[in-house]
Design a protein around this ligand. Structure first.
Ligand code: HEM
Length: 520
């Protein structure tokens, strides 16, 4: 028996050696952690607690360098935080395939923009790009503004009055410390539902909303599956944790039917309007006139969904399933990321009074202090210092700290061949916090963005053909939230420091704690 077991393992080790030999030869100049037979470097992943992924990324970079090789069982991977490599990968016109990390999203997002690749991705990207046209974004500013104003009013409960001194506030810090995470989560959900689907879910005022509950639960399940390796396989999840599997199926079904119903309803509405003869300007080409013709009303706002309903690929309209995949992708990509961006930026402002003062000066000059005056696209675009503030926060705390790719061809970078099939993990956060590229990386210095040494050293929205399609949407939304919050309050350094961790996107283990003092 013992001989049989030993022979079995001997054969496994030989197979493992042969399997890895060619790749190891090609990657022999790239350092990496100890590669055990069969296990590879999986011991390193297994010994790290799930919420320690970020620490692991820093450990690997510090100990082995900016390009690190590892085997996870039979899969070879590179963890990369060298701008030259990141540039070569992100700017490559055809290396756009996502790695296995994204397969967890397959069932929910199908072949949406985030997860698809090849010609399907290209056709979808072309069809969806007009949805982020500046005229559409201009119309969304009003939604950002309304939701930001509700958000700011919600913060009022624990805020200090204008004349309360800092000493008084600090001595009663417990009463004034607010963790803003939950508030931002609901506000950004309201924004994405209204902009993506044209539906008001009022999450900020009605926390019991079922769709919100389902979205939040889906995120928990996704995280659970992401951090527990066996749960990544649906088959194993079903066997090892049937309860969680059942919840997963149920919640996903509910999310899909919510989106499907909205798409059907919206399609019907469009058809009715067309039949009712409100489409006399139907053939006009600009987005604004399309919006007019669909609703028969001047300047009616279009949701991203409406653009998808009128888009075509190869002269064919998108099917309901195509549209659902894209709307679900916006729901997934479009609120947790901006939540993270707003949360970390507010936190940084609360800890950097000089920056806050400078930003408030700009706010007074460009937007003014009248909270009843509506925010506009142009005013938000003119907030140049705010742009730098947000970007410095995205540098220190990028909401998407890693990007995954899988090579479909051999790729040469500096004469180093990276073989086809390599799984690449691009360490955006480790690179953007590297002292070689950003001196004193843990200091919040918005002015430093004036002289970026290499475009690819700062890529919170990714770069190249597969960059974030919602980048301008996100910047405008974050600006609206900062503007409204700062019009109402001064942000104070109360509570604990942030503890960055990965939970689908970057978040802080203890939320974003700060204090608020009313300005008026
Ligand atoms: C601060 C906010 C945001 C950040 C930092 C961010 C960052 C990113 C990054 C890094 C990627 C590339 C991901 C990858 O390759 O794995 C990405 C892709 C994407 N983002 Fe964003 N994002 C933000 C907000 C948004 C918003 C608001 C939307 C939509 C409303 C959006 C929609 C998308 C989509 C659809 C993709 C896939 C694009 C493609 O593959 O062609 N994002 N985003």
């Amino acid at each position: 028996m013992l001989v049989a077991i030993l022979s079995f393992f001997a054969i496994l080790i030989i197979v493992d050696y042969v399997w890895k030999r060619k790749t190891n030869q090609l990657l022999k100049n790239i350092p990496g952690p100890l590669d055990l037979p069969i296990l590879g470097s999986a011991w390193l992943h297994l010994s790290a607690k799930p919420d320690e992924l970020l620490k692991l990324a820093y450990y690997v970079t510090t100990n082995y360098g900016r390009v690190v090789k590892s085997w996870v069982l039979h899969i070879h991977a590179l963890f990369v935080s060298d701008p030259k490599y990141i540039q070569a990968i992100l700017s490559h016109p055809t290396e756009i395939k996502k790695n296995r990390m994204y397969s967890l999203l397959d069932k929910w997002l199908g072949e949406g923009l985030l997860t698809s690749h090849g010609p399907k991705w290209l056709a979808r990207r072309r069809a969806i790009t007009p949805a982020f046209h500046f005229q559409i974004l201009d119309n969304f500013v009003n939604i950002f503004d309304q939701q930001a104003a509700i958000f700011a009013s919600k913060l009022g409960k624990n805020s200090a009055e204008k004349n309360t001194s800092l000493e008084e506030i600090t001595s009663a810090a417990m009463n004034y410390t607010v963790d803003v995470e939950h508030f931002i989560a609901l506000a950004t959900l309201d924004v994405i539902c209204e902009t993506a689907m044209g539906v008001k879910i009022n999450a900020q005022t009605d926390e019991q909303c079922q769709y919100v509950q389902n979205l939040i639960e889906m995120q928990h399940i996704f995280l659970e599956r992401f951090i527990r390796l066996p749960y990544r396989s649906e088959f194993l999840l079903k066997i090892l944790n049937p309860k969680l599997y059942a919840r997963y199926r149920k919640v996903m079904g509910a999310l899909h039917s919510f989106t499907e119903n909205i798409i059907k309803e919206r399609r019907r509405e469009m058809l009715n309007n067309l039949q009712a003869g409100n489409n006399d300007k139907h053939n006009h080409k600009t987005l604004e006139t399309e919006a007019t013709s669909v609703y028969g009303q001047k300047k009616q706002r279009m949701a991203l969904l409406d653009i998808l309903l009128s888009s075509t690929i190869d002269q064919q309209p998108l099917t309901d399933q195509d549209i659902r995949e894209e709307v679900d992708t916006f729901m997934f990509e479009g609120h947790d990321t901006t939540k993270s961006g707003i949360g970390f930026t507010l936190f940084c402002l609360s800890r950097n009074p000089e920056v806050q003062k400078k930003l408030y000066e700009e706010l007074k000059e460009v937007i003014g202090v009248d909270v009843s005056a509506p925010l506009t696209y142009n005013k938000l675009m003119d907030m140049k210092y705010m742009d730098k503030v947000i970007k410095e926060s995205l540098r220190m705390y990028p909401p998407v700290p890693f990007i995954g790719r899988q090579l479909v061809q051999d790729l040469y970078i500096d004469n180093q061949c990276i073989p086809k099939g390599t799984s690449l993990l691009l360490g955006i956060m480790t690179m953007q916090n590297d002292a070689e590229y950003f001196p004193e990386p843990h200091r919040f210095i918005p002015e430093r963005n004036e002289a970026p040494q290499n475009n690819f050293v700062f890529v919170p929205f990714s770069a190249g053909p597969r960059n974030c399609i919602g980048q301008r949407f996100a910047m405008l939304e974050m600006k609206a939230f900062l503007a409204r919050t700062m019009q109402f309050y001064e942000l104070l350094p109360l509570g604990e420091d942030v503890e960055p961790t990965i939970s689908v996107v970057l978040k802080s283990k203890n939320g974003w704690q700060m204090g608020f003092r009313k300005r008026h």
